[in-house]
Write a protein that binds this ligand. Structure first.
Ligand code: CU
Length: 311
């Protein structure tokens, strides 16, 4: 009688577990799994992740299955006498050979994907990506254009202490920028990633790219996006007070739209250079100074306001 109850309980627990695993729609809605992404490499990474996941599930089911079976059927209360042997060459051979086969079986596809991820040869576009406290700078090396990408004004206003704005009402709160990185689809884009102050990391899950930005070093990444769209990410290396406020936004446009965007950017930078009123901002360092100067009055005002509140 007790045995029937126990078997029923185990059976319903297993059914529940299998039902949950077999519900991809529900899982997608909960965003439990990693995204499939929009590049061939990101899909390879996803497939690899799922392959390893199912191998782990099979190992878990086998190990816990044997354990639960042994606990139930070989328990002391049933009068089972434990085995007395202390050595078994056969058992040792089996528990060595099975992990070796699993390791080799997972290493082969993993190595192939890793090699593809690192193959930055023959890019069509090269962009230098520099991390700053707390914004990104993108420089299109072959086009002579570059710009800073900072947290959007709406998110920046809502994040302030006692801003009075409900962050849930701000679209893409903390995941939106003023100037996104714009790239064409079906094009091999190489990123040269570095930082100008402290460690940062450029991370866009949909591209399966996450790479450290290290001052004094250049790390390489590449991606070729298959679908037009907006892909969002964040800095993934704790880089100071504003770490949560330097998102990454990549906009993938059709090749024609990208060419139009490029023309617009060139015109913009040409008119900025010829303007007599504006400061001359040829280099990244000069641009950063301009940004700092623009922010200083606002920071001083907010510091004064904070001081006023304290008194
Ligand atoms: Cu950062």
């Amino acid at each position: 009688m007790r045995r029937t109850k126990l078997s029923k309980a185990i059976g319903s627990a297993c059914a529940l577990g299998l039902g949950w695993l077999g519900a991809p729609v529900a899982m997608a809605a909960w965003e439990l799994n990693m995204p499939k992404g929009v590049t061939d490499v990101s899909r390879d990474v996803y497939d690899l992740h799922m392959l390893i996941f199912w191998i782990c599930v099979a190992i878990g089911v086998a190990v816990f299955g044997v354990m639960i079976y042994s606990i139930i059927n070989h328990r002391k209360s049933k009068g089972v006498e434990p085995a007395k042997f202390s050595h078994s060459a056969q058992a040792e051979f089996i528990w060595t050979i099975i992990p070796v086969v699993i390791l080799i079986g997972t290493t082969i596809p993993a190595a192939g994907t890793l090699v593809r991820m690192e193959d930055t040869r023959d890019p069509e576009i090269t962009i230098k990506i520099t991390g700053y406290q707390w914004r990104w700078h993108y420089e299109y090396l072959d086009e002579g254009i570059g710009f800073f990408s900072s947290l959007s004004a709406a998110s920046n206003a809502a994040r302030q202490l006692r801003s009075g704005t409900d962050p849930f009402q701000v679209p893409n709160y903390l995941l939106d920028v003023d100037n996104p990185l714009v790239v064409p689809v079906d094009t091999k884009v190489r990123g040269l990633i570095t930082a100008a102050d402290v460690l940062h990391a450029w991370w866009v899950p949909e591209l399966a790219v996450k790479k450290d930005a290290v001052p004094g070093f250049i790390n390489e990444i590449w991606f070729s996006i298959n679908e037009e769209g907006i892909y969002r990410g964040q800095c993934a290396e704790l880089c100071g007070r504003g770490h949560g406020f330097m998102p990454v936004v990549v906009v993938a446009k059709s090749k024609a739209d990208y060419a139009a965007w490029l023309r617009e950017q060139r015109n913009k930078s040409a008119s900025a250079q010829h303007s007599q009123d504006g400061p001359d901002v040829d280099t990244v360092e000069q641009q950063q100074l301009v940004v700092q100067r623009e922010q200083q009055p606002a920071q001083t005002a907010s510091a004064k306001a904070a001081k006023g509140r304290e008194q």
